[in-house]
Every structure is written in C-alpha cells, then in structure tokens.
Design a protein. Sequence first.
Length: 86
Amino acid sequence: MRLHNDFIVHNDGEKTFLIPTGKAEFSGVVKGNQTFRDVAEILRNDVTEDEIIRIMRDKYDAPDGLIEHDVRKILDNLREIGAIID
C-alpha cells in the first residue's frame, strides 16, 4: 500500500496536514499529530501494514498494542477518504 498521488502531505512544524489535489474525490483537509506524520511519510513508499508497525516500533517506545492500534486507526481513516492505494 502507499499514499495516493492525489494527496499532498504538508508539515508546518507542529501539525501535519493531508491535502487533496483537485483530482481527489475527498474534499477537506486532514490534520494529524506526529504519529500521523510518520505514517504518512512511510506511505510515500510501497509498504505493508506490518512494515509500518515495525518501523514505528523501532522509532517509539510504547506499551504493547498501542502502536498497532494507532497505525490501524490512521490507515482506516486514510482508506475511508481514498488516500491509500492498497
């Protein structure tokens, strides 16, 4: 899976925004935190959900299940708006 080309990731230093281009069916802006930014950056390349989770585990020390939950929630939200190509 990867981020659809019809979406642009913008980071203003504090928040990350996912902005659809004119070709995207979704209209609006998605605002996210550091975890969202990291997942969006990882999705610039073709990866699996398990690879995203592994990369995030390597980067963050978090309680069991938290990273998996957060990554799945972000991916579900991105799928809902058509921002991911599976």
